[in-house]
Design a protein around this ligand. Structure first.
Ligand code: SDX
Length: 424
């Protein structure tokens, strides 16, 4: 057993060292506190592994992203979202029978209970869709009560993947004052989502193959990303043996944050602001470099990718393709490409390795597809759900699953006597 030596206050401790299948080295500190009384400190967990996982591998320096060993570039080009969902959750690419059965099961669960539909329709049309989605996913427990956290897992997995898009589309229709459109069993997963969102009774809506392919690619690219903020939240909540619906609802809430999944919405808001400010993108590049400005270049930077986000590279090509095919001239794309060009040359960004991330181009594609900005993070959640489910399944399958309970270093007051109010 390889070990790492730690010397602390004159004592030496041997800590076990292990290595993953891609050569990642970790130091096991599980016994450190009991042996030395000390804990480690790593605010934001930037250097701390919470688990071993066989689902997704990222190499931030090389810009590598693989789901169950398959390169994201191959999956984006050759697979489909529903097949990638199966791969992430069950660990292997499905054969024809397995894929057909999985698709059929998901399709069969795409309807939501009419009482859930009524709950969606009780929300103000101006409500943010992520708040509605989180509440409705958690509310699935009212219709499918789980005796315990791992009962009826396979059916609940299908229910979640199927119903997240119906819930999302139903509320979208409410937000634009149009009648809801029920799911159709003859459409693909992504085609169903587009149809539920954009078809209207007065028109014979046809799902565009270009948009169906672009959206399917977007969902594939968002499907998992190892232990990011929302996935770590899912593991945290899942470790308490909360049921799968409550656990996924927590993931949605974490993803909503503008520094995480909410960034795609913020990217467009930022680009529109720059457009309305005379397209003066150089001014905003300078603001982004000024700590006191409070302005961040949304869609840039990443905790892990320190050269490029492979998803951004794929999405940049997809954005060009979608806009060219649809004949859309979007000044926001021009501004985005100017921001990217400058960032790739400017020392502030180069030194800090701040490159476009997945959110930088996804918002532009969603916008070109007619998806409203308030629904961008919902699309991210629909894509990320299979990843959350796969990570939750891996966590809850552990024989020695323990509730997550990090430690802290207390920096508050030392013990002091209570003082009656008249003496304060
Ligand atoms: C996602 O983890 C995942 O996998 C997430 C995700 C996934 O698929 O799940 O990939 C999805 O969340 C992508 C990230 C989307 N968020 C944004 O685009 C928001 C803008 N980006 C930043 O908020 C930031 O880059 C983060 C949050 C993404 C990463 O933050 P870190 O790793 O904590 O980096 P940091 O804040 O420590 O920044 C390091 C330096 C700082 O400057 P110095 O103190 O060293 O002088 O870079 C600066 C920061 O001020 N910096 C930026 C910046 N991001 C970092 N400066 C200007 N604009 C930015 N966007």
């Amino acid at each position: 057993m390889e070990t790492a030596k730690l010397t602390l206050r004159g004592k030496e401790y041997d800590l076990p060292v292990s290595e993953g299948t891609e050569g990642e080295v970790s130091i096991d500190i599980a016994a450190l506190r009991s042996k030395s009384g000390a804990i480690t400190m790593d605010p934001g967990y930037g250097n701390t592994g919470s688990c071993s996982s066989a689902i997704t591998f990222i190499d931030g320096e090389q810009g590598i992203l693989r789901y169950r060993g398959y390169a994201i570039e191959e999956l984006a080009e050759k697979s489909t979202f529903i097949e990638v969902a199966y791969l992430l959750i069950y660990g292997q690419l499905p054969n024809t029978t397995e894929l057909s059965s999985f698709k059929d099961t998901v399709t069969r669960h795409s309807l939501i209970h009419e009482d859930l539909r009524k709950m969606i329709e009780m929300y103000p049309s101006s409500a943010h869709p992520m708040g509605v989605l989180s509440a409705m996913i958690s509310s699935l427990t009212a219709f499918y009560p789980a005796e315990n956290y791992n009962s009826n897992v396979e059916t609940n997995i299908a229910r979640l993947i199927a119903k997240i898009q119906t819930i999302s589309a139903f509320f979208y229709k409410r937000s634009v004052g149009q009648p809801r459109v029920y799911p159709r069993n003859d459409l693909s997963y992504t085609g169903n989502l587009l149809n539920m969102m954009f078809s209207v009774p007065s028109e014979n809506y046809h799902v565009s193959a270009i948009l169906e392919d672009a959206l399917d690619k977007l969902l594939i690219l968002h499907a998992d990303h190892e232990q990011n903020c929302s996935t770590s939240t899912v593991r945290m909540v899942g470790s308490s043996h909360a049921n799968i619906f409550a656990t996924m609802s927590a993931g949605i809430d974490a993803l909503w944050g503008p520094l995480h999944g909410g960034a795609n919405q913020e990217v467009i808001t930022m680009l529109e602001h720059i457009r309305d400010d005379g397209q003066d993108y150089k001014k905003y590049m300078e603001l982004a470099k000024n700590k006191n400005s409070g302005f961040k270049l949304m869609g840039f930077g990443h905790r892990v990718y320190k050269n490029f986000d492979p998803r951004a590279k794929i999405l940049k090509a997809a954005a060009d393709r979608v806009l060219n095919t649809l004949g859309i001239q979007d000044p926001l794309l021009d501004i985005a490409q100017n921001l990217e060009r400058i960032a790739l040359e400017d020392s502030y960004f180069v030194e800090r390795k701040l490159y476009p991330n997945v959110d930088f181009y996804s918002g532009i594609i969603y916008k070109a597809m007619g998806i409203p900005i308030s629904m961008f993070t919902v699309m991210f959640a629909i894509g990320r759900l299979p990843g959350w489910i796969a990570q939750w399944k891996e966590l809850t399958s552990e024989s020695n699953l323990r509730i997550y309970r990090p430690r802290q270093v207390y920096t508050g007051e030392n013990v002091r006597p209570y003082i009656p109010i008249e003496q304060r």
